[in-house]
Write a protein that binds this ligand. Structure first.
Ligand SMILES: *Cc1c(COP(=O)(O)O)cnc(C)c1O
Length: 365
């Protein structure tokens, strides 16, 4: 069964045939064979995160990426803590929404959607609010495709004694991140982004010492991060509650394929080349990149509408018929659409996409 189109959406994304095939069986959720696979996934994730397993652990959580972020926010924050949230897009705002749901004190650092969060802004906020105990930010804000400079911000924040949380959902596995060196205490990502698996669970790379200190803080049962960790440790890879068995097998296969490709460094290069080729080609066709090159991620690119009367839904439908699915824009200020470069997407695919867009644009002019 061939796919009808290439997904140029940053998750779910286009997966390999072999990742899809790994789901072609029914698997038991609690026996030793299965627990061994879960344990091998956890240890691969620690390698990708460049951390010492003595100090860090990887905890999978059933659900989409948001469930992973919500698991951290609802399980880690103590009752009397205050969370600083840096936001320049929808995913930062979503964390503030979670804090509201749980009645968690939070300070919001709002930054223009087209600009990165900077160290200066974060420093000023932390100095102005000595009550801040925890800090959360987004690495690649998928809303626009902007890359926030975690390496300039997180180590300083941690040095102030503040616990650090990074939503690296759309970057982990596609951009090298040294979690230990940066002193990220909780990093969240999911199966269906740069590791190129199918949707079904999120995972948290957690500083063990800090995680252990959160025991009893959880505000829900099913998203209790400490409890999931504790069960995984006690029972060597056993999930609490039914796990997405097919997704887990597909993810194990995707991790193998990441290694075969040459690891995160190589994948990062491929994504960067995809992005560069896409952006240069689109520019020639009259579609301008929204974010400055300096802050543009290799994950997803926002393009401004070329004209005031540009009909996105017509453009979208024609591209879909030509075999490519793209994303609408997600920001309020400027009309844009987005194209993802992650997944099983190569140089030749970008060429074909640009060819299809050239045809469609000429036809509509
Ligand atoms: C995809 C994504 C999420 C999670 O979205 P889900 O739809 O719940 O998987 C969170 N943060 C960022 C930055 C993302 O790109």
């Amino acid at each position: 069964m061939e796919n009808d189109y290439l997904l140029l959406t940053p998750g779910p994304l286009t997966t390999s045939e072999t990742v899809k095939k790994a789901m072609n069986k029914d698997y038991c959720t609690w026996d030793d064979d299965y627990k061994i696979i879960t344990e091998s996934i956890r240890s691969s994730l620690l390698k990708i995160a460049q951390v010492d397993p003595a100090n860090y652990t990887a905890v999978p959580i059933q659900g989409s990426g948001t469930y992973g972020v919500e698991s951290v926010i609802s399980s880690v924050m103590p009752e009397d803590g205050t969370l600083l949230i840096a936001m320049n897009g929808a995913y930062g705002e979503r964390i503030a929404q979670m804090a509201d749901v749980y009645g968690i004190n939070h300070v919001d650092l709002k930054v223009d959607e087209q600009q990165p969060v900077t160290a200066e802004l974060v420093k000023a906020e932390i100095e102005a609010h000595p009550e801040i105990t925890h800090f959360a930010m987004i690495h690649c804000e998928t809303t626009t495709g902007i890359l926030n400079p975690i390496e300039e911000i997180i180590p300083w924040v941690k040095a102030q004694g503040v616990v650090t949380i990074v939503d690296a959902m759309s970057s982990f596995g596609g951009i090298p991140i040294n979690v230990q060196e940066l002193e990220i205490d909780f990093l969240i990502s999911s199966t269906n982004k740069c590791i190129q698996g199918v949707p079904g669970f999120a995972f948290v790379i957690a500083n063990k010492l800090i995680l252990k200190g959160t025991k009893g803080n959880a505000r829900t049962l099913s998203l209790d991060l400490y409890d999931q960790y504790s069960e995984m440790e006690k029972n060597h890879g056993k999930w609490r509650f039914t796990s997405p068995t097919h997704v887990v097998h597909a993810f194990a296969q995707a991790l193998t394929e990441l290694e075969v490709e040459g690891g995160v460094e190589k994948r990062h290069l491929r994504y960067c080349e995809n992005q560069r080729k896409l952006s240069q080609g689109m520019d020639k066709l009259g579609f301008k990149q929204l974010i400055d090159d300096e802050f543009q991620s290799p994950i997803i690119t926002s393009f401004r509408y070329p004209t005031d009367d540009f009909d996105f839904s017509e453009f979208y439908q024609k591209l879909k018929t030509a075999g490519f699915v793209i994303y609408p824009g997600k920001i309020s200020m400027v009309p844009t659409f987005r194209i993802g470069n992650i997944g099983e997407v190569y140089d030749k695919d970008i060429d074909s996409l640009l060819g299809a867009i050239a045809k469609i644009s000429n036809a509509t002019v």
